[in-house]
Ligand binder design. Structure first.
Ligand code: HPA
Ligand code: ZN
Length: 338
């Protein structure tokens, strides 16, 4: 990719829609919190932690990701982690971010739900004041746990619905189809929450159909396996159903063997509303600009394709029409000026 195109994308205002806040916990902060909270971690150094980030599939990552989250105990820990992500995002010109959090990872260790939500939200509100960054907070249910556990988590969220905008579904995909959470998602929609779900990362196209038809999601997280099913692609394209694609994640978790073989360009060519996101940037080797940079280089994306990816981010975001119009205008003004 030409250096000027790379700079153009790096400087562009962008939305990030698929980022697990626990996946932004860098090893340096993990060590700091481990020492402060007297939690032991099974690695002697920060470098040893980073060296352990070699994954063969989603589960091999999740095992390490949940272990790392054990250092988070207090409100200020969740605040510090979220603040660090937001500073990185701001440096990448993210102007609107919709972040996931996994409350069950923390409540299972005895950390109160409220501590998690308040620490994360304090950092989000501060970034809004400081940088004008917009945000939404999305509660993800861990799909390897039971429906009853998800229901209990949703009930814990009820007193905090002013701070939580939507629900999602993450963790081990294979063997845990969206249908397992049909009733939980119906209840979430009744409560006025927006709904998304991870589907078609490792799981088959059938899981994407279930997310659409049973959970009634408004976005598919990942969804890259949709391309295996032409009828599904046609349906996703006709409805402009967004896919929040995470290219570096997909390579790290062996969904694609190399970035050059990623299907992002084919998703766009099929008319899909694909977006670029970082997923778990502390684990997968880069924040959103690094995802754009490496993917654009590996796939030789054109200026027009990069513009569409950026614009799709705002199209797919949970914004009001007025907010969306402002973001489109800012993006277009920036893009045309250079
Ligand atoms: N997939 C499923 N669960 C996750 C992921 C992911 O990419 N990241 C964090 N939890
Ligand atoms: Zn994810």
């Amino acid at each position: 990719m030409a250096a000027n195109l790379q700079q153009l994308v790096a400087g562009a205002p962008k939305a990030e829609l698929h980022m697990h806040i626990e996946g932004s916990l860098e090893p340096e902060l993990m060590f700091e919190l481990a020492a402060k909270n007297a939690v032991s971690i099974p690695y002697p150094t920060v470098d040893a932690v980073r060296a352990a980030y070699q994954f063969s599939d989603l589960q091999s990552f999740l095992d390490i990701y949940y272990a790392g989250a054990a250092v988070l105990l207090h409100e200020e820990d969740f605040y510090a982690m979220t603040r660090a992500y937001l500073e990185r995002a701001h440096a990448d010109n993210v102007v609107h971010t919709e972040i996931f959090f996994d409350p069950q990872t923390h409540t299972a260790r005895g950390v109160p739900f409220q501590v998690v939500v308040e620490g994360i939200t304090r950092a989000l509100a501060e970034a809004q004041r400081r940088y004008g960054m917009g945000y939404r907070l999305i509660l993800c249910f861990l799909r390897h746990l039971s429906e009853a556990d998800a229901f209990a988590t949703l009930e814990q969220a009820v007193p905090h619905l002013g701070l939580i905008h939507g629900v999602g579904l993450d963790s081990s995909e294979r063997g845990h189809p969206p249908s397992k959470f049909e009733r939980v998602f119906a209840r979430a929609r009744e409560l006025g929450l927006r709904v998304v779900a991870h589907a078609g990362e490792e799981g088959p196209p059938a899981y994407i159909y279930e997310a659409l038809d049973l959970l009634k999601v408004e976005r598919i997280d990942h969804g890259v396996r949709a391309l295996e099913d032409a009828a599904l692609v046609a349906r996703l394209a006709a409805s402009r159903m967004p896919l929040t694609v995470c290219p570096l994640s997909n390579v790290k978790l062996c969904v694609f063997p190399r970035l050059a073989e990623h299907n992002l360009r084919r998703l766009l060519a099929a008319g899909l509303c694909a977006t670029v996101n970082s997923d778990d940037p502390a684990y997968f080797g880069g924040y959103i600009n690094e995802n754009f940079r490496q993917t654009a280089a590996a796939l030789d994306l054109t200026r027009d394709e990069l513009y569409r990816l950026l614009k799709n981010g705002f199209e797919a975001a949970f914004l009001t029409d007025a907010e969306r119009a402002q973001h489109y205008a800012a993006l277009d003004g920036y893009w045309q000026s250079l």
